[in-house]
Design a protein around this ligand. Structure first.
Ligand code: FES
Length: 118
């Protein structure tokens, strides 16, 4: 079963930045672009598992902080010539609040709000 989980306010995510949502499924990086589009990917680069949440966001892409692979935020696909895909999660914004669609039976969300305060 999948459900939409409210994880916090969009304004908690810095523009051209991200927040990490810790779940029982693993860490999920939630990105916000300069134009306030929001995307969610597993926080693991398809190359060698680098933390995409610490990468540089530009346009609708993020550059991995470890070896600079570029990942397309809407698909999770690495930009050629690199090959690989970070798992993408459905995400939506309603009334300024961010919702992630996750498997409800295993999810256990923490830390988004705490990170936003840091
Ligand atoms: S781990 Fe991301 S580019 Fe190598």
């Amino acid at each position: 079963m999948t459900d939409w989980f409210e994880i916090g306010a969009m304004t908690d995510i810095p523009r051209l930045g991200s927040r990490v949502v810790r779940t029982a499924l693993g860490d999920i990086a939630v990105f916000r672009t300069a134009t306030d589009k929001v995307f969610a990917l597993t926080d693991k680069c398809p190359h060698k598992g680098g933390p995409l949440s610490q990468g540089i966001v530009y346009g609708e892409r993020v550059a991995c902080p470890l070896h600079n692979w570029v990942i397309q935020l809407d698909t999770g696909e690495a930009v050629a010539p690199d090959k690989g895909c970070a798992h993408r999660y459905p995400v939506k914004v309603e009334d300024g609040k961010v919702f992630l669609k996750l498997r409800g039976t295993v999810v256990n969300i923490a830390d988004y709000a705490a990170a936003a305060q840091a």
